[in-house]
Design a binder for this molecule. Structure first.
Ligand SMILES: Cc1ncc(COP(=O)(O)O)c(C=O)c1O
Length: 455
């Protein structure tokens, strides 16, 4: 299995065994924290994703600042995971930390808007091109609300997503292709949703499949990342976005672009960089500097429907329930405003992108040195390597290209040398505090690891 990827199976097994032993020897306090937490939390973690690292147990955090983490055993790490994008603009950014501390003392949540609301709406409109905005507490929620509005607006039921996608835990989107068949993904009860009515699933970059799926004009919306990022990076092929927009418009289908990860592309996301024209736009995770928040934007036409459904009827109020009680609260608005105005700046992106290019070059040099059939893709400040000679065209290919054991070995080796990648794939993000020395540390550790496992 691994030989075709240029890697020796025996070398890999030996490396894994050695690195697991090294990890266990050096992470005793994390082990104890985990043992205790297992008594009251499934898998010993407050969020099950936190147990998905390639380590025998999770590393428990002591503190994080800039691009560095410190664990409870005192190890320091260069953090390229950055909270799986949630901390893309660095940990404990002093501007955000001060604003949050100040607002926490002035009240967090009141069911009243603050004067931060309008400047936020105006800045989002300027960056992403849509005139009206709402808040949610997570990107999952924002996607849920965007889909709901699309259904109300079009009077149709179905949401179309792409095989290999992840848009959060929205039940209707938790499907995968098994051959030609759409099947629910593990973790979603097969009877949870009437899938045939609610969901359509096609491969990314396949214009004919998209045309066929939308031709009956019964699909409310397409929910898409502009480049897929949750199965490795799947770039959009030239012309795909133009076709996606043309077909959705022609068939009366709304287009929702989810930029939660691709905001790495630049301060206006992929949407501004490539001139996309979505009907709705979703962005979560990083935008409030680590405070839970998401935004969703909409055209004037969609906003009109939204206002109608949420309006008061005389003294009768609407229980439409877009957004939760804590969405758009004073604390979130403060964190979001300072992040937009002072952290997600052109200058920060210039720095992050230059470092991502350095990271990409470092990985490419190693791939070339060992003549490995691997490749590396970059979306602005986000870099990802995958064990195939070219980028996948779609989610199905991306899944076939992955080699979980090799991924685990590289991640564990790097972690033991103070370098953290995102555990779910080989993804590295640069933040405004990342340095050239941080990047070079990854390159050196990656080269050492690859040198050990090549066939
Ligand atoms: C593209 C995309 N959208 C939405 C989400 C959901 O984000 P959250 O888990 O913060 O709700 C994710 C999570 O990884 C994502 O990758």
């Amino acid at each position: 299995m691994t030989e075709q990827h240029g890697v020796g199976e025996r070398h890999l097994d030996a490396l894994l065994e050695r690195e697991v032993a090294r990890f266990e020897r050096t992470h005793q306090r994390s082990r104890k924290a985990h043992e205790r937490a297992r008594e009251s939390m499934p898998r010993g973690v407050p969020l099950h994703w936190m147990a998905n690292w390639p380590t025998p147990h999770p590393v428990y955090l002591d503190s994080a600042a800039g691009a560095e983490l410190v664990d409870v055993d005192g190890h320091r790490y260069v953090d390229f995971c950055l909270g799986d994008t949630g901390a893309m603009f660095g940990h404990a950014n002093p501007v955000v930390a001060d604003a949050v501390a100040e607002q926490a003392r002035a009240g967090c949540t009141t069911m009243l808007p603050t004067e931060d609301a309008a400047p936020i709406g105006e800045e989002l409109a300027r960056r992403f091109g849509l005139p009206f905005w709402q808040l949610a507490t997570s990107a999952t929620d924002a996607n849920r609300f965007a889909i709901r509005i699309a259904r109300i607006t079009t009077g149709r039921d179905t949401v179309l997503v792409f095989n290999g996608k992840y848009h959060g835990s929205v039940d209707e989107t938790q499907v995968a292709l098994d051959g030609d068949r759409m099947v629910p993904q593990p973790g979603v009860a097969p009877n949870a949703v009437d899938w045939d009515r609610t969901t359509a699933l096609v491969e990314f970059n396949d214009i004919d499949a998209l045309e066929r799926a939308l031709s009956a004009r019964d699909v409310a919306c397409v929910l898409a990342e502009p480049a897929m990022t949750n199965c490795g990076v799947v770039p959009a092929e030239p012309g795909y976005h133009e076709a996606l927009r043309e077909i959705t418009r022609r068939t009366g289908t709304l287009l929702i672009i989810d930029e939660t990860h691709t905001i790495s592309t630049g301060p206006g996301g992929y949407t501004r960089a490539y001139g996309l024209q979505p009907d709705m736009f979703v962005l979560g995770k990083s935008i409030a500097g680590g405070i839970p928040a998401a935004v969703y934007g909409m055209t004037a036409e969609v906003a009109e429907v939204f206002q109608r459904y949420t309006a008061k009827d005389g003294h009768r109020i609407s229980h439409a329930g877009f957004g939760g009680t804590l969405a758009g609260n004073a604390l979130t608005l403060r964190a979001l405003r300072v992040t937009l105005e002072q952290v997600m700046t052109e200058r920060a992106y210039t720095h992050m992108t230059a470092l991502a290019e350095r990271f990409e070059r470092g990985v490419l040099d190693v791939i070339e040195r060992y003549r490995l059939p691997w490749h590396v893709t970059r979306l602005g400040a986000r870099v990802e390597y995958l064990f195939s000679s070219r980028a996948p065209r779609n989610g199905g290919e991306a899944k076939r290209f992955r080699v979980p054991k090799l991924e685990a070995a590289i991640h564990l080796h790097l972690l033991n040398r103070g370098v953290l990648l995102t555990p779910f794939h080989n993804m590295a993000l640069m933040c405004p505090a990342t340095t050239e020395a941080d990047v070079d540390r990854h390159t050196a550790a990656f080269a050492e690891c690859v040198g050990e496992v090549v066939a």
